[in-house]
Design a protein. Structure first.
Lengths: 393, 129, 205
């Protein structure tokens, strides 16, 4: 009896699936913010990419967190130092690959492209024919799908049909042939957001939809909006979604919450990069390049930092770095970091004073607190150095 | 009957006549076709030289018939002088790969005529009643 | 079977239950009583049975005709009664299959419940406790049956679920994943930027 009920439930799902096909567009409530013009040139710009990657950071533990995959086996090997070092480098490369940002493109509109019209073919069959080119080695976007209507017109298929055929003949792992209920039903989607399953929702979104689909834009915008309200930005840090999120906020002039979060967590250079990005997108006449160059000179990229962290295995064993290293690890900052903080604080304060900042009081408070903490740390740092007799440079 | 492997195991002579044709798979009352290249003289369930597509003659949920064609290989075999069976030629014609087969025009015309006749008879019946 | 004989039979069966089963069942019955007290639904026992069975020995512990809502089950999983019965373990950890010889049959039994009653002396972990309801909203229960390593539903050879319940479990897990109640690791999708940006990217490079 239970089984029957279950089967009936499954059948219910199927009927729901058919219903969804009819309302394929706009599964959930539309987002308020949309990209109003093509964001692509700004997003693919080399400098923007660098800024976004730097903001994303690279926490290896997070990138390579344990996943539930069919094979979770571990291999143990003996290695020489050189082998280990090359392994570390490969690992960072792999991590970078895992952090590849999903492309941001405009919504593609369906356009009718007719190849041939043949009125003599009218009523040659009772249904239309869909032809898919399954030639080996083509990319999804290059694959041609054509439709012969019953009135004899031969035309390129709509985007929806093309996607369906691609999924049918070349299935993408993880993509469903129907719209998942999670994205379809408003209450389920809202529940996911309320439970802060942002990464899961976004991961699934990437697999389920193409970046040029309206659903993709709609759902990702809604997730980012919700994130801006719940302020759980740390959930997305060092995932592939952080870059698009920062880009979205910068584009829609609502970076202040993210900025506050960055300042509070003491990611000052990231805050500078975020401000620079928003200046760049909105073409604000403020010189941000010198500050970025200064920071670059003082700090290393996240990938380099991750690699250095891995390589500390070698350094610890050699034990000739001495007391200075120990002080750095105790405080968590080096002299260069302090210098970088000063540069970035100046830039951030300039931003807060300008008319672009919307939550001035909050940001100012955060900056003040951070300054005090930094001052104390600096004092401690200098004190420790003096006590250990290390030459202050 | 085992499924004929899509490509490879059909043996053929270099100069024998090849043909692009359908192979009926599926089961009773549920036809499904592979579009294959094989030696002309062979039975359809013999091993094939290569599979170049598939054809599902029953309309799906969205009321379309699905055809997959490996156009690159089809052109290759046609260039090598492979023959075409009539149904396959019709299908390729509908796909726009070849000129439309005369039989397609014929069936289209017959369908239209049948529809017109049915309509006329229906009108007649209406006017009579 | 005559009603009197049936009463006698059920009484006998409950008296001669094996000691291990008895301990567990007793605690389950007690817990259920508590849960029902909290639900304020204890007023009506099952009405469908017109045999007069209940006159002598209260509600039949083997009866499974009552439909228990998922919300009750979800509350039960959080309750003290549940804690007392299962502790920190999963619902299936303490369960042992009964079988002749050294090796258990490859498959578990087809079903534990026949015609609305438990038809076996050693029902599977879900069937033995009627307050465990398999449903896609009952994530706490579903998570107990998902491997933390591979993310798959654990096999019935490990959990001891009967075949029908196992099937229902699979359906519930799929529904839960589809609706976003259960999260899982989505396969990584690698993008080829050229596919989306095409010529522009080439010009820049």
């Amino acid at each position: 009896m239970h089984l029957l009920r279950q089967l009936r439930q499954v059948n219910g799902l199927r009927s729901l699936r058919q219903a969804t096909r009819q309302v394929a567009t706009g599964p959930t409530k539309p987002a308020t913010l949309q990209y109003e013009r093509d964001p692509q040139p700004l997003f693919t710009d080399a400098e923007t990419q660098r800024l976004l990657q730097s903001m994303t950071q690279l926490n290896l533990d997070r990138v390579f967190r344990k996943r539930t995959v069919p094979d979770n086996s571990v291999e143990t090997k003996f290695m020489t130092d050189e082998q280990l070092d090359s392994e570390f480098q490969q690992m960072v490369e792999r991590a970078k690959q895992r952090l590849q940002m999903p492309p941001i493109v405009t919504i593609k509109k369906d356009e009718e492209r007719i190849i041939a019209k043949d009125p003599a073919l009218k009523d040659f069959a009772s249904t239309k024919y869909v032809f898919t080119d399954i030639t080996f080695g083509l990319r999804q976007s290059e694959r041609k799908v054509v439709v012969r209507e019953t009135d004899g017109t031969l035309a390129y298929a709509t985007l929806e049909t093309t996607k369906r055929m691609n999924q049918l003949y070349f299935p993408l792992e993880g993509r469903q042939s129907y719209n998942p209920r999670m994205f379809l039903l408003e209450e389920l989607f809202a529940k996911c957001l309320a439970e802060h399953k942002y990464e899961f929702v976004l991961d699934r979104l990437l697999v389920q939809y193409e970046p040029h689909e309206p659903e993709f834009h709609n759902i990702s915008a809604r997730v980012f909006e919700h994130l801006n309200e719940s302020k759980q930005f740390d959930l997305l840090r060092s995932t592939r979604h952080f870059g698009p999120m920062a880009f979205f906020y910068a584009w829609h002039r609502c970076i202040d919450d993210l900025l506050y979060d960055m300042i509070r967590r003491d990611y000052l250079s990231n805050a500078v990069e975020l401000i620079a990005l928003s200046y760049k997108i909105h073409k604000v006449p403020v010189e941000y390049l010198p500050t970025l160059a200064q920071l670059d000179a003082l700090q290393i990229t996240p990938a380099q930092r991750a690699l250095a962290e891995l390589r500390s295995v070698f350094r610890n064993r050699e034990e000739n770095q001495g007391i200075e290293q120990e002080i750095h690890t105790a405080i968590g900052k080096t002299e260069q970091d302090f210098a970088a903080d000063e540069v970035s604080l100046k830039f951030i304060e300039q931003y807060i004073a300008s008319e672009h900042a919307l939550k001035k009081v909050q940001l100012e408070l955060a900056v003040q607190t951070l300054k005090e903490v930094n001052r104390e740390k600096l004092l401690l740092f200098q004190g420790l150095k003096k006590a250990h007799g290390v030459q202050a440079s | 009957m085992p499924l004929s492997p899509a490509s490879g195991i059909g043996r053929f002579y270099a100069k024998s006549a090849k043909i692009i044709r359908f192979v009926r798979l599926g089961c009773t009352n549920r036809p499904f076709y592979h579009i294959v290249v094989m030696e002309r003289r062979k039975n359809q369930h013999q091993p094939v030289i290569e599979q170049v597509g598939s054809y599902d003659p029953l309309p799906n949920d969205s009321n379309e018939r699905l055809v997959a064609l490996n156009t690159e290989r089809i052109r290759h075999w046609l260039g090598k002088g492979a023959h075409l069976s009539t149904p396959a030629a019709e299908l390729l014609g509908i796909a726009g790969l070849l000129p439309i087969h005369p039989r397609t025009y014929m069936s289209a015309w017959r369908n239209r005529r049948a529809a017109a006749e049915a309509e006329a008879s229906a009108e007649k019946a209406e006017s009579n009643s | 079977m005559l009603p009197i004989v049936r009463v006698l039979y059920s009484g006998l069966a409950s008296a001669t239950r094996s000691s291990r089963g008895a301990l567990h069942t007793a605690s389950v019955v007690r817990c259920k009583a508590e849960a029902e007290a909290t639900d304020e639904k204890s007023s009506e026992a099952t009405e469908g049975e017109g045999d007069g069975d209940q006159v002598s020995s209260g509600p039949d512990p083997k009866d499974r005709t009552k439909n228990i809502p998922v919300e009750t089950s979800m509350r039960y999983l959080k309750s003290a009664a549940y804690k007392q019965t299962y502790g920190e373990d999963f619902v299936w950890t303490q369960y042992r299959r009964n079988h002749k010889g050294m090796f258990a049959p490859r498959k578990t039994r087809k079903t534990c419940i026949r015609q609305g009653r438990i038809a076996t002396g050693n029902p599977c972990p879900i069937c033995r406790d009627e307050y465990l309801v398999l449903d896609y909203r009952n994530t706490e229960l579903l998570e107990q049956f998902i491997s933390p390593h591979s993310g798959d539903v654990l096999s019935y050879s490990q959990t001891g679920l009967c075949q029908k319940t196992h099937f229902r479990l699979m359906v519930a897990v799929q529904q839960a994943r589809d609706s976003g109640f259960l999260t899982y690791d989505v396969p990584f999708r690698e993008y080829d930027y050229n596919e989306y940006y095409g010529q522009n990217e080439k010009q820049k490079a």
